[in-house]
Design a protein around this ligand. Sequence first.
Ligand code: URA
Length: 434
Amino acid sequence: VNAVELIERKRDRGTLSGDEIAWLIANYTEGTVTDYQMAAMAMAVFLNGLDDEELAAWTGAMLHSGAVLNFASVDAPKVDKHSTGGVGDKVSIPLGPIVAACGVAIPMMSGRGLGHTGGTLDKLESIPGFRTRLTPDEFAAELAETGLVLAGQSDDLVPADRKLYALRDATGTVPSIPLISSSIMSKKLAEGLNALVLDVKFGSGAFMPTIEQARTLATTMVGIGAAHSVKTVALLTRMDTPLGREVGNANEIRESIEILQGGGPDDLIELTYALGAEMLVLAGLAGSIEEARKRLGEAVNSGRAFEVFLRVVAHQGGDVRYVQQPDLLPEAPALHEIRAGSAGYVTVCDARRIGIAAMRLGAGRERKEDTIDPGVGISLRAKPGDAVEPGSLLASLRYRHPARLEEALRAIDGAWEIGPTPPPAFAVVAERVD
Ligand code: URA
């Protein structure tokens, strides 16, 4: 096989065989296929796509570029959830303990925040001592013992994606459905799962702005799951407005704890339970979505879900006092309030502007090497449908440096729109793809 011949074939809309794709990805991972050749191939795929067979082979080749986990010694069904990312999306943090408390094993490997969306690992690290880097032995032991691990991806999983993603980032080839879906699915399939639930977001704060794009991505990823014998369901969910009322790292841990203790805002409860119910049904631990929701509710109301979270925090080196008394979590000293200028109903509370503002405060990263400030963030006090008067509080911003507040205020300008009538109410979950 010759890399140039494969590039030319894909350039000319031809088809690559499974063996050719396996050769290409393996040799790219090793360095025999060069970055400039893979960049040309990524652009050819960006322009001409991959058919279903090529995509399954591409994902399989990425998946096998490194270690593939196998938790055969864990009897419970292994199911994970992946979100394409949003603003205020802390769902993994309450969802993991609630679903684990119902008997599912969740080897959850999460990422860090980049741009206007936050990352689960950064949020968890606002609990002092919490370690998100675990050795493979620690990871397996914790999964067997507590049924839940909340950690970063280990370096030996899917090395091809680390290289290819960096290359795509530098060559304008990130927004390609086959490249995105194989990147996400190879990392999830490497977790050795029985089933997977995907939260594919659309809207201003999402990676995919329109529901049509989100549907295509979801359908593609569900197809890859099926081709690899992993039962996969996707929910298409709205990300025009931040999820819940808290954006920022410690802020989002506090709100996650509220959910685990039976409280929290309705949209966050709705999405957590919708995804959790799919996970229980796919795991074979509930016969229907209704039964699954009941079991999830029992896990929360009995306190079992919160207990699981405390155990996971303790196992991963976190100080459980910060979970038992969330007021101890970091909070930046200075407060700035944003208030409504007119009376009416909030019609828009824009996720993207609010996500960028949180990043400017220091809650997220503009570049990979930026550091996170766990105590800065935005607490939303008015979301679409809420009635406001002139002077009503829309949001409070916790900040540390006045210059960063200035930048955040520039970013958040125009995030709220107020009109004479309430906007139509939309459910967070718009569609299901299986
Ligand atoms: N997230 C990923 O993991 N990969 C992509 O290509 C895009 C988003």
